[in-house]
Ligand binder design. Structure first.
Ligand SMILES: C[C@H](O)[C@H](O)[C@@H](O)C(=O)CO
Ligand SMILES: [Mn+2]
Length: 411
């Protein structure tokens, strides 16, 4: 394999500065989702509901805050760069018996301490599933006003907690709202639930915060298990609501029909919105939340973020939960692949390729893009891991095996 000096030389010949690419990548924080560590269970529920599922029963999942934090630290020690942790409200750390509508920043102080100790940012999500008041998959759109008000209060509390993260860590915290609301079969009324959701969101967002600390997103979806026929929070709903209310419509790559590519949606969103929020996942036939692989779509997503100059205005969150493999390895593979895809995009001569397109020089464009695929990317990736003091190639896997033997196997 080429040495890093040879790789720099080869990339230099096509106008790509490897060192500059690495310096840009070092500034990107990816939000690692806590919920891969315990199959999205959280600390305040006993069952995962909401039309999502974590399949598999690999032993050793985290069952309490100390275990989850330890597992995250192990994963982060094998991932290059400095990042964020994406939390759900169901991961509150408190001895109080408190319901979700009454959560306060103090219930997440342990997470802020963890973030400060480990140079991390924090993002947040209200948890509108895995709760008795969400058992019928109707929350903010529920016909029962008492149920709606409970979840409105929970979402208001969540924005306050996210603002607390932003202030404590001097890093904007994303508060993303996803709701499971929908119906299993053909509804008699589609506009009613959406009107109630609109009114609920209007109430939730009526409290103003400094966007330096808190950024708001809302996440659309096509369907979930048990809500196959109608999703209240559809993409059309959220894209319209976000555009009219200056919020972000978060794109989850698993939330579209199998032939749709989220990479193609990104430039359009960036054309009309200052910021963009993503949940990068890998759907297999449906919103299966598989661990992301270093595949063509992940590379295309990263290329759009780089060539649209969006690295400074995108919230990149990962969202997958695989319970069939070692969960720390799932985090490491997913996070390293997101970093790889961003580096791969930063090593692409976008301006030269764009010029070929603009000049209708499609022959050379194809030849160039195909040849790029065998450029010495691996040498640069290994170098990046080296300068970030994390294991290169599959060396990290030995650490996973030791951790599994010494820690997970004893749970
Ligand atoms: C746990 C997350 O909030 C959840 O995965 C949501 O983001 C989603 O994508 C549901 O399908
Ligand atoms: Mn998601």
């Amino acid at each position: 394999m080429a040495s890093i000096d040879e790789a720099k030389e080869v990339y230099g010949q096509i106008g790509v500065d490897v060192d500059k690419a690495i310096e840009r990548l070092k500034k990107v924080r990816v939000s690692m989702h806590c919920w891969q560590g315990d199959d999205v269970l959280g600390f305040d529920s006993t069952e995962l509901t909401g039309g999502i599922s974590a399949t598999g029963n690999y032993p050793g999942k985290a069952t309490n805050p100390d275990q989850l934090m330890a597992d995250m630290k192990k994963a982060l020690s094998l991932i290059p760069g400095n990042h964020k942790i994406n939390l759900h409200a169901s991961y509150a750390i408190t001895d109080e018996k408190i319901d979700r509508d009454k959560l306060e920043p103090k219930h997440f102080k342990a997470w802020v301490d963890f973030a400060k100790e480990n140079n991390l940012g924090l993002d947040f999500n209200p948890t509108l599933f895995s709760h008795p008041k969400a058992s019928d998959n109707l929350t903010l759109s529920n016909p029962d006003k008492n149920i709606r008000d409970f979840w409105i209060d929970h979402c208001k509390a969540s924005r306050k907690i996210a603002e607390y993260f932003g202030k404590e860590l001097s890093m904007t915290s994303l508060n993303n709202i996803w709701i499971p609301d929908g119906y299993k079969d053909v509804p008699a009324d589609r506009i009613g639930p959406r009107r109630r959701l609109k009114e609920a969101l209007d109430e939730i967002f009526s409290e103003n915060y400094d966007e330096k600390y808190l950024a708001d997103s809302i996440e659309g979806k096509v369907f979930g298990i048990g809500v196959e026929s109608y999703t209240v929070g559809s993409h059309e709903f959220y894209m319209n609501y976000a555009a009219k209310n200056n919020k972000m419509c978060l794109l989850d790559t698993g939330h579209y029909h199998p032939t749709e590519m989220v990479s193609d949606k990104i430039p359009t969103m960036l054309l009309f919105n200052k910021n963009l929020a993503l949940h990068v996942s890998r759907p297999v036939r449906w919103d299966s939340d598989h661990v992301i692989l270093f595949d063509d779509e992940l590379k295309e997503i990263a290329k759009e973020l780089v060539r649209c100059d969006a690295l400074g205005r995108v919230f990149i969150g990962l969202d997958f939960f695989d319970a069939s493999i070692n969960r720390i390895s799932a985090w490491v593979v997913g996070m390293r692949n997101m970093e790889k895809a961003l580096l791969y995009a930063l090593l692409t001569p976008h301006e030269a390729l764009k010029k070929m397109q603009d000049e209708a020089n499609f022959t050379e464009l194809m030849a160039s893009m195909e040849e790029l695929k065998t450029y010495p990317f691996g040498a640069v990736w290994d170098y990046y891991c080296q300068v970030q003091n994390v294991p290169q190639k599959k060396e990290w896997y030995k650490e996973i095996q030791s951790y599994e033997h010494d820690v997970l196997a004893k749970r």
